[in-house]
Design a protein around this ligand. Structure first.
Ligand code: PLP
Length: 374
């Protein structure tokens, strides 16, 4: 049977493969003013706070748009206009964060390490001690350009000790890696519907410290990306301030229900870790190696060194693997030739094994010798 007639399996960091139940939830139209829809909004706001055990300290503000809209809304609202943000960079999403801070006219300082080097708490300690004017630190938890994991808990402790605010882009880790507001101090954690919660893409959310957000009226330089106004309006009316992505919200709620039914964050991490192990066992058999050391690789998305053979080119490889039913992701590194494989989505070991088979058959078809470029 040909896989082509079915939906392909998305081995990407979002949008990703969603369950049939989640997809089916989008088959109904909802009025955005209707109480039944607003009850769904209230429910997801509560569920998202459950995930971080944040009910005592934080509030959930959903936002229309892709994940970046929520990152921009968080920075633009939570950092005062005369604030100064230190952005920790080891990949493309860190660079994007620094750029949007600058575009929101806040002062920005960057600290950049190589794409295979996590930022350390010692780095942050030194930088904060040296510059008292820094008010906020921006961190990418799992930098999706490579899949590298930055040490959130250690960095959060240093930032809190220096009494600065921490804004975390946890887009690709939220729901899979533990982020507990009772253990880790932060002003905001940002994620989106279409990543590890396995909803469709189209909305993001910010889990913001209530006592910080309360003081943020008037900070925003944007009408639509004003997290404070979105929050106040939602609290007052139970509705979204502007047209909500109704189908996405309802499907996201369905995805959250499945997330809790599966066993929440620990269960999701266990499944993704198995996906990662299955993938790498297969890739290793094909002679392909991962770009990052295992200790700093999150089981979310893996960067794989391209085959060393001159006959390899990503476009041809990608299209052949796609024709077998699997969507890979291009590499995003400036130095090395790589491709990426996502371990997230409503997929398990069977899909990962089939993906490895598709890669093996493709390499054989292309006449490519086994073995990565290192
Ligand atoms: C996916 C992602 C984003 C948001 O990207 P969008 O394309 O705007 O959804 C931001 N940061 C990280 C680390 C991501 O993985």
């Amino acid at each position: 049977m040909s896989l082509v007639s079915r939906d392909p399996v998305l081995l990407t960091p979002g949008p990703l493969t969603t369950s049939l139940q989640t997809k089916s939830a989008m088959m109904r139209d909802w009025g955005s003013w209707d109480a039944s829809f607003n009850a769904v909004t209230a429910k997801i706001r509560k569920q998202l706070l459950d995930i971080i055990s944040g009910h005592e300290t934080h509030v959930c503000v959903p936002m229309q748009g892709s994940g970046t809209f929520s990152v921009e809304a968080a920075v633009n609202t939570l950092v005062p206009r005369n604030g100064h943000m230190l952005v920790l960079i080891n990949g493309a999403y860190g660079k994007r964060l620094a750029r949007l801070v600058e575009m929101m006219r806040r002062k920005v300082t960057v600290f950049e390490t190589a794409e295979d080097v996590p930022t350390t708490a010692q780095d942050v300690e030194r930088l904060l001690a040296a510059d008292k004017s820094i008010t906020h630190v921006g961190l990418i938890h799992c930098e999706t350009s490579t899949g590298i994991l930055n040490p959130l808990a250690d960095i959060a402790e240093v930032v809190a000790h220096h009494r600065r605010g921490l804004i975390i882009d946890a887009m690709s880790s939220f729901g899979a890696l533990e982020i507990n507001a009772q253990k880790i101090p932060f002003d905001a954690v940002i994620a989106a519907s279409g990543k590890c919660i396995e909803g469709p893409p189209g909305m993001g959310f910010v889990l913001a410290r209530k006592e910080v957000l309360e003081k943020c009226a008037g900070n925003s330089l944007s009408l639509s990306l004003d997290l404070y106004d979105q929050w106040v309006y939602m609290e007052k009316t139970t509705q979204w301030r502007f047209t909500p992505p109704t189908h996405i919200v309802v499907a996201f709620h369905e995805a959250l229900n499945q997330f809790f039914a599966e066993g929440g964050q620990p269960a999701r991490l266990a499944r993704y870790t198995q996906n990662y192990e299955t993938l790498m066992a297969g890739m290793t058999e094909l002679g392909l190696t991962q770009f990052l050391k295992r200790e700093i690789q999150a089981p979310i998305i893996v960067t794989i060194n391209a085959p060393a053979d001159a006959k390899y080119n990503f476009k041809d490889f990608y299209e052949r693997v796609r024709d077998k039913g699997f969507i890979l992701y291009p590499g995003k590194l400036t130095q090395a030739e790589t491709f990426r494989v996502g371990c997230i989505g409503a997929i398990g070991q069977a899909e990962m094994r089939s993906a490895v088979n598709a890669v093996r058959d493709t390499l054989d078809e292309m006449g490519i010798r086994r073995g990565s470029k290192d």
